[in-house]
Design a protein around this ligand. Structure first.
Ligand code: PMP
Length: 433
């Protein structure tokens, strides 16, 4: 018995080398903190309002309807009704014919789509350009694939007339972007509309990225999970539709963001077969399959949207309309207390400047922890309001330049946004009294 227990104690390193340096994750800490202390959670990106009836009804029908096979495995690369309707839908948007079996693959959320892209397309020693601020999983995913992330920041250009900044005021420096491309560059990750800023890249900006991709023969991993969430009449432009880009672009989408069902974890990739064939290899040998019943309901959701395309009843028209109001509401609440919001052109996130609140949460010189991390922790614990520090969306090297901002999610019920406003107003009163 004794020798057995001695043997059971392992002394060799257990962690695979590819996990070195990526084992810390802000979501673990901040989600736990919000769950423990927050009264109002505007942190993690998910709606607290119900999913649309047509979608939950489709799920109920799938669950209890006559087709018991919907409880079994379906086609591994995507449930046929879903890949078919996605192909039809994106054909319309891209203006090109798509084969549902080879140009579309269904994944477990956009997260797994991203994972498949990096594993399938990035090799040891390859460089991958990531535009900062970025959805934080890109960096560890590139590293796990053996690649090297190369960062290029969107640079803020505050308006001179004292108006509120917009996400459009955050721009790439064309020369700086061009300088990041080399013969080692394999891919660039584009996320438009961008989480966390809400920036919707303009045709000019996308044209510049496309030109560099073509010139250097680079792939584009285009994360478009917020494709329907654009405001003020802005247009979401798909980089795959620009000249020379279809062949080198993988487009990623998410039913979670599209239909307000983040818990369903249904995502997809659309792209040329010559790229998707390699993503299929990763998918086949890792996840293999996504929940059939959720795919069936999402397929029906897309059927509906295909029928109502461009009509006022379309969810893809109604959701952004509602969210724009919520955005404006939160902008107003933040602005009135002096937590300066950066007006997002898209997504359901909003970044705000906390400089005027610095005296409440004193700086700790030489602390390892960025100021915005401490600010958010203090705010959750003392005010009951949860957000996410902006520097979490930056590489280690650039984090310290962006510690005066925090990110809020406004995909919330009116009552939640009102409760946030109340907290902010009370805080402001305490500051001035
Ligand atoms: N990409 C971006 C930019 C996101 O913000 C998210 C979710 N927050 C994802 C991908 C992952 O989406 P899903 O929930 O469909 O996996």
């Amino acid at each position: 018995f004794l020798s057995h227990s001695l043997q059971a104690k392992m002394s060799r390193p257990v962690q695979a080398r590819r996990l070195e340096g990526i084992d810390k994750n802000i979501w673990v800490d901040f989600v736990k903190l919000a769950a423990t202390y927050s009264k109002v959670n505007l942190g993690q990106g998910f709606p607290d309002f119900p999913a649309p009836d047509f979608l939950t009804e489709a799920l109920t029908r799938a669950l209890s309807g006559g087709n018991h096979m919907l409880h079994q495995y379906t086609r591994g690369f995507g449930h046929p009704p879903l890949v078919k309707v996605l192909a039809q839908f994106f054909e319309k948007l891209l203006g090109r014919d798509l084969d549902p079996m080879t140009n579309v693959m269904v994944t477990v959320g956009a997260y797994q789509a991203l994972f498949c892209c990096f594993q399938a397309l990035v090799d040891e020693g390859d460089e991958v350009i990531i535009i900062e601020p970025f959805f934080d999983c890109y960096e560890p995913m590139v590293k796990m694939a053996g690649g090297t992330p190369v960062f290029v920041p969107l640079r803020p250009n505050p308006p001179k007339d004292g108006k509120l900044m917009s996400s459009a005021d955050w721009q790439l420096d064309p020369a700086e972007l061009a300088s990041k491309f080399s013969e080692r560059t394999k891919a660039i990750v584009l996320n438009s509309p961008n989480n966390p800023l809400g920036k919707v890249f303009s045709r000019g900006e996308l044209g510049l990225i496309a030109e560099l991709c073509v010139k250097h023969d680079v792939l584009c991993i285009s994360d478009e999970v917020y494709e329907w969430l654009v405001y003020d009449g802005k247009e979401h432009i798909r980089i795959a539709s620009l000249q020379g880009m279809w062949d080198r672009t993988v487009m990623i989408g998410s039913a979670g963001k599209t239909f307000s069902v983040t818990g369903w974890k249904v995502g997809w990739v659309v792209g040329p077969d010559r790229l998707l064939q390699h993503l299929r290899t990763v998918h086949q040998n890792s996840v293999y399959h996504c929940a059939t019943i959720a795919q069936e309901a999402v397929a029906q959701g897309f059927q509906r949207e295909l029928m109502l395309y461009g009509k006022p009843e379309s969810y893809f028209i109604q959701l952004p309309k509602e969210l724009q109001q919520k955005r404006d509401w939160l902008i107003q609440s933040l602005d009135s207390v002096g937590m300066k919001p950066i007006i997002p052109e898209g997504t359901y996130f909003l970044v705000a400047d906390i400089s005027q609140f610095k005296s409440d949460v004193p700086d700790v010189p030489n602390s390892d922890e960025p100021y915005d991390y401490r600010f958010v922790k203090w705010m959750v614990k003392n005010k009951g309001l949860a957000a996410i520090p902006l520097s979490a969306f930056y590489s280690e090297a650039h984090k310290n330049n962006y510690t005066n901002f925090i990110r809020f999610c406004f995909a919330k019920e009116e009552a939640t946004l009102k409760a946030a406003k109340d907290i902010l107003e009370k805080w402001k009163q305490e500051k001035t009294s």
